[in-house]
Design a binder for this molecule. Structure first.
Ligand SMILES: Nc1ncnc2c1ncn2[C@@H]1O[C@H](COP(=O)(O)OP(=O)(O)OP(=O)(O)O)[C@@H](O)[C@H]1O
Ligand code: SF4
Ligand SMILES: [Mg+2]
Length: 343
């Protein structure tokens, strides 16, 4: 059976059970216990992703996006650890899962795509060798069938002449092609969940747009749930179904993509959007968010965005709880409907 036939079958069977999210993260806290103090990289984070859905996880550098992804994959090493919270993958608790179980899930049921495709690719092995190994590590399949599956996967991510690429070594491919091969490897075993950590940041905008389009089409076709991590809201605006905006280890706003993009409620989301170049603002100055991301060691009490926030007042000395505006639309702010001066 080809990858395409296989994945089409999976789509129909997954649709029946699509009411249960593929991944549910609840009140997750992942901290690093350093000499300087505890770095609260992920601090009370909750979200879910359904089969075939793409969640965009956006925020500035250091906000905790990657550590959220690594926590799901069971890739947090000392001095870091998951302090509390739940991670349920297809109903199975991953926080208490054994290292062997997590290793079995990685690359099989859950895959990760990194910013640098060479985190996935082995420079000294031909593409076909590593793709065949990735298949045979998780299932019984003879070499010929596995190679055919690898061929189909390269075709699915829009790689021209897949036969030639299979015979190539990674260094013989362009950056865009290498990233497509890494994406093909992520989809190879038809995972239920893919976590993509800024995989197109290093690529030029045309290639980036093509890859986003291919990734979106693949998720729709295969029923794979995907978390797309980025610092650039423009990237997820056209890709994700829902967006979660992260700041200083917390998700501060969640909603359907068009709601968050058209009507951001958290001042940080407003700021992030103001720093995205777009056609309708051509000629206008971009609005940078003033100030710096705070250190995640010993954050003062109250809202972590307070020092940079144009809406801050005395209420913000108390830590804001999550407010559910409506199902699926959540904001962590005391003044989600207050307008900034000059807005
Ligand atoms: N091994 C570690 N020890 C101590 N602190 C760490 C460690 N790994 C990550 N951190 C801290 O955790 C915080 C969140 O890091 P993370 O890599 O998740 O950020 P990010 O949002 O992915 O940023 P970027 O956009 O730069 O990739 C940062 O403050 C970082 O310094
Ligand atoms: S809680 Fe206050 S400081 Fe924090 S984002 Fe909202 S208005 Fe700004
Ligand atoms: Mg990161």
């Amino acid at each position: 059976m080809s990858v395409a036939e296989d994945t089409l079958e999976k789509t129909s069977s997954q649709r029946d059970g699509s009411a249960v999210p593929t991944l549910v993260v609840e009140n997750l806290k992942t901290h690093f216990f350093t000499r300087a103090g505890a770095v609260k990289a992920v601090d009370d984070v909750s979200f879910s992703v359904k089969a075939g859905e793409i969640l965009g996880l956006a925020g500035e550098s250091g906000s905790g996006k990657s550590i959220t992804g690594f926590s799901v994959l069971g890739l947090i090493d000392p001095p870091g650890r998951i302090v509390s919270g739940a991670i349920r993958f297809n109903g199975e608790d991953l926080v208490t899962a054994s290292p062997e179980r997590l290793q079995d899930l990685r690359g099989n049921r859950i895959a990760m795509i990194f910013q640098d495709p060479m985190m996935t690719l082995n420079p000294v092995l031909r593409v076909d060798t590593q793709m065949i190994e990735a298949i045979q590590a998780h299932r019984k399949m003879d070499r010929k069938a596995a190679r055919q599956r690898a061929y189909d996967a390269l075709e699915m991510v829009g790689i021209p002449s897949p036969g030639e690429r299979l015979n190539a070594y990674p260094h013989q491919l362009s950056g865009g092609m290498r990233q497509r091969v890494a994406i093909a490897i992520a989809f190879l075993n038809e995972p239920d969940l893919i976590i993509a950590d800024e995989p197109t940041t290093a690529l030029d905008v045309t290639i980036q747009a093509q890859i986003l389009h291919e990734a979106q089409a693949l998720c729709r076709r295969t029923g794979t749930a995907m978390i797309w991590i980025t610092h650039d809201l423009a990237v997820v605006a056209g890709l994700a179904d829902r967006i979660a905006v992260m700041y200083a280890g917390r998700i501060v706003e969640t909603g359907q993509t068009d709601e968050v993009i058209d009507h951001p409620l958290h001042p940080y989301s407003v700021g992030l959007l103001g720093s995205v170049p777009s056609a309708n603002k051509r000629g206008d100055r971009l609005n940078q968010i003033p100030g710096m991301t705070p250190s995640l060691i010993g954050l003062p009490s109250g809202c972590a965005f307070k020092a940079r926030c144009p809406r801050a007042d005395d209420h913000c000395d108390a830590t804001p709880e999550v407010i559910e505006e409506m199902p699926g639309r959540e904001i962590r702010c005391h003044h989600p409907h207050r307008q900034e001066a000059g807005a």
